[in-house]
Design a protein around this ligand. Sequence first.
Ligand SMILES: CC(C)(COP(=O)(O)OP(=O)(O)OC[C@H]1O[C@@H](n2cnc3c(N)ncnc32)[C@H](O)[C@@H]1OP(=O)(O)O)[C@@H](O)C(=O)NCCC(=O)NCCS
Length: 229
Amino acid sequence: MLAERYILLNEIVVPFCGEFTDVVTQDLVLVEQHGVGDPKNVYPEEWALIASSVAKRQNEFASGRECARKALSKLGIHNFPVLRDHGRAPIWPEGVIGSITHTEKYCAVVVGYNHNISSVGIDAEIVGRIDKQLWPLLFTQSERDQLSCLTTSSQSLLATIFFSAKESYFKYQYPIAKQWVDFQDVTVRVEANSFSIHPNGQFNNDLTHGRYCYSLDTNIVKTIIVGIV
Ligand SMILES: CC(C)(COP(=O)(O)OP(=O)(O)OC[C@H]1O[C@@H](n2cnc3c(N)ncnc32)[C@H](O)[C@@H]1OP(=O)(O)O)[C@@H](O)C(=O)NCCC(=O)NCCS
């Protein structure tokens, strides 16, 4: 359920009325799960990836794989262990694109066939976790200028949207470009329901054509980027 909250952007009050699902059309399957994952549901090949990790990471990983299982089954694909590549990106079945995100008690996976969609990136972040001291590292000058005009609570929300949008963009572009993207390489512009990504300076991987959406679900900001072929 969407919380009725507002944010002040460029002196305009913008309602959070976007739905995470707005850009998930019939091309894609989105599975969301609240709660903690159960490591017992992880396949042995998958477990080998996180066997030595701390319990919190194992639980998050398990919820990601549980959602991935449900999402792939809606595409008619069963019993497929989702491993990861050298860049830690999930390896999907041939012809499938997808993305995973998890916070402590929320997880989402989106998958689809690559006929009309080039790639997808999703991210979820709990509002209020971005320390102001990290702004110079995470945000460009123009993003910081926007943040500095806001009240503390709006700062907290917008900083979370900026951060989540960049994480989604990283996950979206990586499977295509196999490229590391630094937080200063792109600037996020937020509009009502939507956002856009703008390359800075030398950085230009020209992958910005797609559907973009952010939403606020209780205290979790969710962002999604769907690349159109
Ligand atoms: C990889 C990263 C984006 C993950 O985001 P996060 O908010 O920490 O964690 P989330 O739970 O939302 O996402 C984790 C999932 O991302 C996916 N992921 C990891 N690396 C990935 C990559 N290179 N490409 C695509 N997806 C990736 C994985 O499925 C992972 O879950 P799993 O390990 O359980 O399979 C983040 O840790 C990171 O390294 N960021 C630095 C780079 C960056 O974001 N730059 C932004 C500039 S635009």
